[in-house]
Design a protein around this ligand. Sequence first.
Ligand code: EPS
Length: 362
Amino acid sequence: MTLELATAGESHGPALVAILTGLPAGLSLDRAAIDDDLRRRREGYGRSPRQQLERDEVEVLAGLRHGLTLGTPLALVIRNRDHENWAWGMSPWVPEGEPTGKGVTPVTIPRPGHSDLAGALKYGHSDVRNALERASARQTAAHVAAGSVAKALLRQIGVSVTGSVLEVGGETAPGAMRSATDAARRDRDTLGGVVEVVATGVPPGLGSYAEKADRLDGRMAAALMGVQAVKGVEIGDGFALARRRGSEAHDEIEPGLRRGTNRAGGIEAGVSNGEPIVVRAAMKPLPTLMRPLRSIDLESGEPGEALVERSDVQAVEALAVVAEAAVAWELARAALEKFGGDALDDFVGAHRAYLERIAWQR
Ligand code: EPS
C-alpha cells in the first residue's frame, strides 16, 4: 500500500480535512508537534489579519489510538474559526434566514493571477467565490498537518526535513525582507520570494530512473509546484548548472562514497544519492491586491477592478513551512515504497537491513 493523501475544505467553510492512508501501524504522533507546525505556517511577517483569527489545532477523528497509528486511514480536521463570520455565505446547505455576514454578495470580477477566471469558466460558476474558496492557500494547513505526520515517520529512519526563507521581494537579509514587506504594504502591493528545503539523512536509493513518474526529482518538483503561488522549482544548483561546464557541474565521488560538493542537490538520475536533498521554490507575488488590477466583470462584460479581499502582503515564511511539508510527504511516500511495512518495526527493520547491504555509513 502506498502513502496517499486526500484533502477537502474551503477557505471560509467549516473545516479543512485530510485523510492519510498507507501509514504503518505503531507510529507515535505528538499533537503538540503537529500544532507547532501549524503555528509556524500561520505566523510570519506580512501575513493577513486572518491568521490572528485562526487557531489551527489538529483534531483526529480516526486512525489513532492513544497516540499510536492503527495502520488504518488517519483522518485529520482543522476547523476554520473564521467560518462563523461566513456561516450564511459559506453554508454547505441552503442557508436559512436573511443573508448576513461575509460572502453573501456574488463575486463577478476575477483577480488576475488567482483561480477566479479559470475556475469560473472551467466549472461554470457565476459566483467566482465557488472557485477561489478551494483554490485558496488556506488549504495548505491540511498539507502541513499531513507533512508533520510524514516527518514523524521519516524521523524513525533518521531523516529530517527543514524549510527556510532565502528571499522576499528580491531581498536576502532579514531586515531588508521586512523593510520590503513594509514598503509593499504601504503601496498596497504584494511580494513573492524564494524558499529552500533541505532533507538530511536520506539514504541512497529513494526514487528510480525506471520510469519518468518514479524519478524523485520529478516528484519533488511536482510536490512543490503543486503548492499555491509556486512558479519555479530547482533542485541542487538547478538553473545555474546550465551555465557551467561539466567539470564544474557534478559531484566527484570520494573514498567512503562521500562527495565534497552537492551540486546535484542529493538526486542523480532521479534517485537519492545519500547527500542532503536540496530543493528551492519560487513564489510569485500574491494576486489579491489592495490596489486592484484591471479585470472584466463576468456578468456585465464591462471593465472593472478586481476583487479586493483582506489578504497577505507576502506569505513566504508560510511557504517555507508548506514546502517542508510537501517535501517530507513525498520523501515519506518514496521511503515507504522502498522499505514497506504494515508495522513501524517492519519499516525501520527494512531500512536497517538495506543500509547494511549497501554498507552505508553516515
Ligand atoms: C488567500 C487569501 C487570504 C489568505 C489565505 C490565502 O485569506 P482571507 O481572504 O481569508 O484573508 O489569508 O491564507 C489563509 C487563510 C491561510 O490560512 O493561509 C488566498 O486567496 O489564497
